[in-house]
Ligand binder design. Structure first.
Ligand SMILES: [Zn+2]
Length: 353
Protein backbone atom coordinates (compact mmCIF):
# COMPACT_ATOMS: atom_id res chain seq x y z
CA UNK A 1 0.00 0.00 0.00
CA UNK A 2 1.42 3.38 -0.91
CA UNK A 3 -0.85 5.39 1.31
CA UNK A 4 -0.08 6.82 4.69
CA UNK A 5 -1.67 5.12 7.64
CA UNK A 6 -1.79 7.71 10.38
CA UNK A 7 -4.93 9.73 9.85
CA UNK A 8 -7.50 7.31 8.59
CA UNK A 9 -6.72 4.39 10.85
CA UNK A 10 -8.45 6.33 13.61
CA UNK A 11 -12.24 6.36 13.65
CA UNK A 12 -12.50 10.05 12.84
CA UNK A 13 -11.20 12.31 10.12
CA UNK A 14 -11.08 16.03 10.92
CA UNK A 15 -10.46 18.72 8.30
CA UNK A 16 -10.93 22.28 9.58
CA UNK A 17 -14.20 22.32 11.53
CA UNK A 18 -15.55 19.14 9.85
CA UNK A 19 -15.18 15.84 11.69
CA UNK A 20 -16.55 12.68 10.08
CA UNK A 21 -16.76 9.41 11.97
CA UNK A 22 -16.54 6.20 9.95
CA UNK A 23 -19.58 5.94 7.69
CA UNK A 24 -20.40 9.67 7.90
CA UNK A 25 -20.42 12.80 5.76
CA UNK A 26 -19.39 16.00 7.57
CA UNK A 27 -19.59 19.61 6.41
CA UNK A 28 -17.52 22.50 7.75
CA UNK A 29 -14.93 25.09 6.84
CA UNK A 30 -11.19 25.51 6.77
CA UNK A 31 -10.65 28.82 8.59
CA UNK A 32 -9.40 31.46 6.17
CA UNK A 33 -8.79 35.20 6.40
CA UNK A 34 -10.66 38.38 7.35
CA UNK A 35 -11.49 41.29 5.06
CA UNK A 36 -11.16 44.87 6.32
CA UNK A 37 -14.84 44.74 7.30
CA UNK A 38 -14.06 41.90 9.68
CA UNK A 39 -15.99 39.55 7.40
CA UNK A 40 -14.47 36.10 7.49
CA UNK A 41 -13.57 34.36 4.24
CA UNK A 42 -13.43 30.66 5.07
CA UNK A 43 -13.16 27.69 2.74
CA UNK A 44 -16.11 25.23 2.76
CA UNK A 45 -15.08 21.58 3.03
CA UNK A 46 -16.82 18.18 2.86
CA UNK A 47 -15.44 15.03 4.47
CA UNK A 48 -16.79 11.58 3.59
CA UNK A 49 -15.30 8.91 5.83
CA UNK A 50 -15.70 5.34 4.58
CA UNK A 51 -16.64 2.41 6.82
CA UNK A 52 -13.39 0.64 5.93
CA UNK A 53 -9.76 1.75 5.86
CA UNK A 54 -8.12 2.95 2.66
CA UNK A 55 -6.46 6.00 1.09
CA UNK A 56 -7.40 9.64 1.68
CA UNK A 57 -8.42 11.15 -1.66
CA UNK A 58 -8.52 14.95 -1.87
CA UNK A 59 -10.76 16.50 -4.55
CA UNK A 60 -10.22 20.22 -5.10
CA UNK A 61 -11.82 22.63 -7.54
CA UNK A 62 -11.80 26.34 -8.41
CA UNK A 63 -8.23 27.29 -7.58
CA UNK A 64 -9.06 29.71 -10.38
CA UNK A 65 -12.28 31.56 -9.59
CA UNK A 66 -14.00 31.16 -12.97
CA UNK A 67 -13.49 27.39 -13.32
CA UNK A 68 -16.56 25.95 -11.63
CA UNK A 69 -17.30 22.56 -13.22
CA UNK A 70 -15.38 20.72 -10.49
CA UNK A 71 -17.79 22.01 -7.84
CA UNK A 72 -20.55 19.93 -9.42
CA UNK A 73 -18.22 16.93 -9.83
CA UNK A 74 -17.37 17.02 -6.10
CA UNK A 75 -21.02 17.41 -5.08
CA UNK A 76 -22.19 14.53 -7.27
CA UNK A 77 -19.44 12.17 -6.11
CA UNK A 78 -19.68 13.01 -2.42
CA UNK A 79 -23.41 13.76 -1.99
CA UNK A 80 -25.04 11.36 -4.46
CA UNK A 81 -22.87 8.60 -5.83
CA UNK A 82 -20.54 7.29 -3.13
CA UNK A 83 -22.12 5.62 -0.13
CA UNK A 84 -19.74 5.67 2.86
CA UNK A 85 -20.81 2.12 3.71
CA UNK A 86 -19.15 0.97 0.46
CA UNK A 87 -16.14 3.28 0.66
CA UNK A 88 -12.66 2.09 1.60
CA UNK A 89 -10.76 5.18 2.78
CA UNK A 90 -12.10 8.71 2.71
CA UNK A 91 -12.73 11.68 0.45
CA UNK A 92 -12.01 15.30 1.33
CA UNK A 93 -13.84 17.70 -1.02
CA UNK A 94 -13.03 21.39 -1.39
CA UNK A 95 -15.42 22.82 -4.01
CA UNK A 96 -13.87 26.32 -4.08
CA UNK A 97 -10.23 26.53 -3.08
CA UNK A 98 -9.94 30.25 -3.79
CA UNK A 99 -13.08 32.04 -2.53
CA UNK A 100 -11.35 35.42 -3.12
CA UNK A 101 -11.19 34.75 -6.86
CA UNK A 102 -14.58 33.04 -7.08
CA UNK A 103 -16.48 35.81 -5.23
CA UNK A 104 -15.48 38.37 -7.90
CA UNK A 105 -15.87 35.98 -10.87
CA UNK A 106 -12.12 36.33 -11.43
CA UNK A 107 -9.30 33.98 -12.30
CA UNK A 108 -6.93 35.40 -9.63
CA UNK A 109 -7.55 36.75 -6.11
CA UNK A 110 -8.75 40.33 -6.43
CA UNK A 111 -7.08 41.29 -3.14
CA UNK A 112 -3.42 40.60 -3.97
CA UNK A 113 -3.66 39.48 -7.62
CA UNK A 114 -2.20 36.07 -6.78
CA UNK A 115 -2.87 32.70 -8.37
CA UNK A 116 -3.73 30.24 -5.59
CA UNK A 117 -2.32 27.47 -7.75
CA UNK A 118 0.95 29.40 -7.79
CA UNK A 119 1.64 28.82 -11.43
CA UNK A 120 1.31 30.73 -14.63
CA UNK A 121 2.24 34.28 -15.33
CA UNK A 122 1.03 35.87 -12.09
CA UNK A 123 3.36 36.53 -9.17
CA UNK A 124 4.61 33.33 -7.59
CA UNK A 125 2.70 32.24 -4.57
CA UNK A 126 4.12 30.30 -1.66
CA UNK A 127 1.91 27.87 0.20
CA UNK A 128 4.29 27.28 3.11
CA UNK A 129 4.04 30.75 4.65
CA UNK A 130 1.44 31.33 7.41
CA UNK A 131 2.58 35.00 7.55
CA UNK A 132 2.12 35.70 3.83
CA UNK A 133 -0.45 37.74 1.92
CA UNK A 134 -4.19 36.91 2.04
CA UNK A 135 -4.03 34.36 -0.78
CA UNK A 136 -0.80 32.85 0.55
CA UNK A 137 -2.46 32.35 3.94
CA UNK A 138 -5.39 30.58 2.28
CA UNK A 139 -2.92 28.37 0.40
CA UNK A 140 -1.07 27.64 3.64
CA UNK A 141 -4.28 26.68 5.45
CA UNK A 142 -5.21 24.43 2.53
CA UNK A 143 -1.79 22.81 2.71
CA UNK A 144 -1.89 22.33 6.50
CA UNK A 145 -5.49 21.15 6.73
CA UNK A 146 -6.03 19.17 3.54
CA UNK A 147 -3.23 18.71 1.00
CA UNK A 148 -0.63 17.49 3.52
CA UNK A 149 -3.12 14.90 4.84
CA UNK A 150 -3.96 13.40 1.44
CA UNK A 151 -2.59 10.26 -0.18
CA UNK A 152 -3.59 11.52 -3.62
CA UNK A 153 -5.09 14.70 -5.05
CA UNK A 154 -7.34 15.39 -8.03
CA UNK A 155 -7.04 19.10 -8.85
CA UNK A 156 -9.97 20.07 -11.10
CA UNK A 157 -9.54 23.01 -13.49
CA UNK A 158 -11.31 24.07 -16.70
CA UNK A 159 -10.54 25.77 -19.95
CA UNK A 160 -12.89 28.50 -21.16
CA UNK A 161 -14.67 27.43 -24.34
CA UNK A 162 -17.13 24.54 -24.75
CA UNK A 163 -15.19 23.27 -27.80
CA UNK A 164 -11.85 23.03 -25.99
CA UNK A 165 -10.43 19.56 -25.39
CA UNK A 166 -10.93 17.77 -22.05
CA UNK A 167 -7.50 16.56 -20.94
CA UNK A 168 -5.36 15.74 -17.92
CA UNK A 169 -1.77 16.55 -17.04
CA UNK A 170 0.59 14.52 -14.89
CA UNK A 171 4.09 15.45 -13.73
CA UNK A 172 6.09 12.23 -13.71
CA UNK A 173 9.49 13.65 -12.78
CA UNK A 174 9.33 12.24 -9.25
CA UNK A 175 9.95 8.45 -9.20
CA UNK A 176 8.01 8.27 -5.91
CA UNK A 177 4.75 9.48 -7.42
CA UNK A 178 5.15 8.38 -11.06
CA UNK A 179 3.54 4.91 -10.76
CA UNK A 180 0.48 6.25 -8.91
CA UNK A 181 0.10 9.14 -11.37
CA UNK A 182 0.27 6.86 -14.40
CA UNK A 183 -2.34 4.61 -12.81
CA UNK A 184 -4.60 7.59 -12.04
CA UNK A 185 -4.26 8.92 -15.60
CA UNK A 186 -5.02 5.56 -17.17
CA UNK A 187 -8.13 5.24 -15.01
CA UNK A 188 -9.38 8.77 -15.82
CA UNK A 189 -9.04 7.83 -19.47
CA UNK A 190 -8.87 11.16 -21.36
CA UNK A 191 -6.14 12.85 -23.47
CA UNK A 192 -3.00 12.79 -21.32
CA UNK A 193 -0.25 15.42 -21.30
CA UNK A 194 2.85 14.11 -19.55
CA UNK A 195 5.63 16.33 -18.19
CA UNK A 196 8.59 14.17 -17.16
CA UNK A 197 10.90 17.03 -16.11
CA UNK A 198 12.82 15.77 -13.04
CA UNK A 199 11.53 17.08 -9.72
CA UNK A 200 13.28 20.29 -8.61
CA UNK A 201 13.89 20.33 -4.85
CA UNK A 202 14.26 24.13 -5.04
CA UNK A 203 11.03 24.74 -6.94
CA UNK A 204 8.89 27.48 -5.32
CA UNK A 205 6.65 25.98 -2.60
CA UNK A 206 3.31 26.14 -4.39
CA UNK A 207 0.63 23.64 -3.35
CA UNK A 208 1.49 21.43 -6.32
CA UNK A 209 5.24 21.56 -5.74
CA UNK A 210 4.88 20.90 -1.99
CA UNK A 211 2.75 17.86 -2.78
CA UNK A 212 5.28 16.66 -5.36
CA UNK A 213 8.20 17.14 -2.95
CA UNK A 214 6.27 15.26 -0.24
CA UNK A 215 5.46 12.33 -2.51
CA UNK A 216 1.73 13.07 -2.91
CA UNK A 217 0.53 12.38 -6.49
CA UNK A 218 -1.55 15.22 -7.97
CA UNK A 219 -3.55 14.68 -11.14
CA UNK A 220 -4.55 17.88 -12.94
CA UNK A 221 -7.97 17.46 -14.52
CA UNK A 222 -8.81 20.07 -17.18
CA UNK A 223 -12.50 20.18 -18.05
CA UNK A 224 -14.05 22.67 -20.49
CA UNK A 225 -16.70 25.45 -20.57
CA UNK A 226 -15.39 26.50 -17.16
CA UNK A 227 -17.89 29.23 -16.31
CA UNK A 228 -20.88 26.89 -16.52
CA UNK A 229 -22.03 23.57 -15.09
CA UNK A 230 -22.51 21.62 -18.29
CA UNK A 231 -21.91 18.43 -20.23
CA UNK A 232 -19.71 16.73 -21.20
CA UNK A 233 -17.49 18.17 -18.43
CA UNK A 234 -19.45 17.05 -15.38
CA UNK A 235 -19.98 13.47 -16.58
CA UNK A 236 -16.34 13.16 -17.67
CA UNK A 237 -15.17 14.47 -14.30
CA UNK A 238 -17.45 12.22 -12.26
CA UNK A 239 -16.58 9.17 -14.36
CA UNK A 240 -12.88 9.98 -14.00
CA UNK A 241 -13.00 10.39 -10.21
CA UNK A 242 -14.98 7.15 -9.75
CA UNK A 243 -12.63 5.29 -12.12
CA UNK A 244 -9.62 6.44 -10.11
CA UNK A 245 -11.30 5.34 -6.87
CA UNK A 246 -12.02 1.91 -8.39
CA UNK A 247 -8.45 1.59 -9.69
CA UNK A 248 -7.13 2.26 -6.18
CA UNK A 249 -9.59 -0.17 -4.60
CA UNK A 250 -11.55 2.50 -2.75
CA UNK A 251 -14.75 1.30 -4.47
CA UNK A 252 -15.89 -1.91 -6.12
CA UNK A 253 -16.92 -1.97 -9.77
CA UNK A 254 -15.71 -1.89 -13.35
CA UNK A 255 -13.98 1.17 -14.78
CA UNK A 256 -16.21 3.05 -17.23
CA UNK A 257 -14.86 4.18 -20.59
CA UNK A 258 -14.94 7.95 -21.28
CA UNK A 259 -17.25 8.95 -24.10
CA UNK A 260 -18.95 11.97 -25.68
CA UNK A 261 -15.87 14.10 -26.56
CA UNK A 262 -12.62 13.69 -28.55
CA UNK A 263 -9.72 11.80 -26.95
CA UNK A 264 -6.18 11.81 -28.41
CA UNK A 265 -4.70 8.40 -27.55
CA UNK A 266 -1.24 7.66 -26.14
CA UNK A 267 1.12 9.96 -24.35
CA UNK A 268 1.25 13.65 -25.31
CA UNK A 269 3.66 16.50 -24.60
CA UNK A 270 2.99 20.21 -24.19
CA UNK A 271 4.58 22.18 -27.05
CA UNK A 272 4.12 25.72 -25.81
CA UNK A 273 1.78 28.67 -26.06
CA UNK A 274 1.28 30.52 -29.35
CA UNK A 275 0.92 34.26 -28.77
CA UNK A 276 -0.49 37.05 -30.92
CA UNK A 277 1.88 39.35 -32.81
CA UNK A 278 -0.91 41.73 -33.82
CA UNK A 279 -3.94 43.16 -32.04
CA UNK A 280 -7.55 42.73 -33.07
CA UNK A 281 -10.23 40.09 -33.06
CA UNK A 282 -9.57 36.45 -33.70
CA UNK A 283 -11.26 33.90 -35.93
CA UNK A 284 -10.62 30.21 -35.32
CA UNK A 285 -10.35 28.03 -38.43
CA UNK A 286 -9.69 24.66 -36.73
CA UNK A 287 -11.07 22.97 -33.65
CA UNK A 288 -9.10 21.87 -30.58
CA UNK A 289 -8.32 18.16 -30.98
CA UNK A 290 -8.09 18.39 -34.79
CA UNK A 291 -4.72 17.15 -36.16
CA UNK A 292 -2.65 20.03 -37.61
CA UNK A 293 0.55 19.98 -39.66
CA UNK A 294 3.46 22.26 -38.76
CA UNK A 295 2.94 25.62 -40.49
CA UNK A 296 -0.79 25.07 -40.97
CA UNK A 297 -2.88 28.20 -40.42
CA UNK A 298 -5.44 27.50 -37.69
CA UNK A 299 -6.59 31.02 -36.78
CA UNK A 300 -6.44 34.57 -38.09
CA UNK A 301 -6.43 37.97 -36.46
CA UNK A 302 -8.43 40.74 -38.11
CA UNK A 303 -8.41 44.45 -37.26
CA UNK A 304 -11.37 46.75 -36.72
CA UNK A 305 -11.47 47.57 -40.43
CA UNK A 306 -12.01 43.87 -41.08
CA UNK A 307 -8.58 43.27 -42.68
CA UNK A 308 -6.74 40.06 -41.80
CA UNK A 309 -3.49 41.23 -40.14
CA UNK A 310 -2.01 37.90 -39.00
CA UNK A 311 -2.32 34.26 -39.96
CA UNK A 312 -1.64 32.12 -36.90
CA UNK A 313 0.38 29.00 -37.72
CA UNK A 314 0.98 25.72 -35.93
CA UNK A 315 4.57 25.50 -34.60
CA UNK A 316 4.70 21.65 -34.68
CA UNK A 317 2.75 18.68 -36.04
CA UNK A 318 0.11 18.22 -33.37
CA UNK A 319 -2.96 19.66 -31.75
CA UNK A 320 -4.42 22.63 -29.90
CA UNK A 321 -6.11 21.82 -26.58
CA UNK A 322 -7.70 25.23 -25.99
CA UNK A 323 -8.19 28.75 -27.29
CA UNK A 324 -7.82 30.90 -24.18
CA UNK A 325 -8.50 34.36 -25.71
CA UNK A 326 -6.89 36.69 -23.21
CA UNK A 327 -3.80 37.61 -21.29
CA UNK A 328 -3.10 36.01 -17.88
CA UNK A 329 -3.22 32.32 -18.76
CA UNK A 330 -5.90 33.38 -21.14
CA UNK A 331 -8.82 33.14 -18.82
CA UNK A 332 -9.74 36.48 -17.23
CA UNK A 333 -11.12 38.18 -20.33
CA UNK A 334 -12.47 35.24 -22.26
CA UNK A 335 -13.44 37.55 -25.09
CA UNK A 336 -12.62 36.82 -28.69
CA UNK A 337 -10.10 39.65 -28.95
CA UNK A 338 -6.33 39.75 -28.49
CA UNK A 339 -3.55 42.25 -27.98
CA UNK A 340 0.07 41.69 -28.97
CA UNK A 341 1.41 38.93 -26.70
CA UNK A 342 -1.99 37.51 -25.76
CA UNK A 343 -2.29 33.73 -25.60
CA UNK A 344 -3.99 32.26 -28.66
CA UNK A 345 -3.50 28.50 -28.45
CA UNK A 346 -1.96 25.85 -26.19
CA UNK A 347 -0.22 23.28 -28.39
CA UNK A 348 0.74 19.64 -27.86
CA UNK A 349 1.85 16.62 -29.79
CA UNK A 350 1.85 12.86 -29.36
CA UNK A 351 5.14 11.32 -28.26
CA UNK A 352 6.56 7.81 -28.31
CA UNK A 353 6.30 5.93 -25.02
ZN1 LIG B 1 -7.23 26.69 -13.75
Amino acid sequence: MFYKSVIHMSDELTIGTATAKKGELAKGVIPGIELNTGTKIDIPVLVLNGKQDGPVLLLVSTQHGIEIQGIEVIHRVMRKLVNPDDLRGSIIGIPVENPLAYMHHQYLSWIDNLDLGGGGSGSLLTADNPDGTATERLANMLWQEAWSKADMVINIHCNVRPDDLIFQEILTGNPKTKPALEKMAEAFGVTTIVDDTPIDPNAPPTLGNLADQNGVPVLLMELIDGRWISEPSTSAGVRGVLNIMKAFDMLDGELEQQTGFPIIPGKCKFQGIVRANKGGLIRFLKKPGEYLKQGEVYAEIFNLHGDVVEEVKMPVDGYIWAYPCGDILGTPGSMQAVQTGANIGYTFSQVED
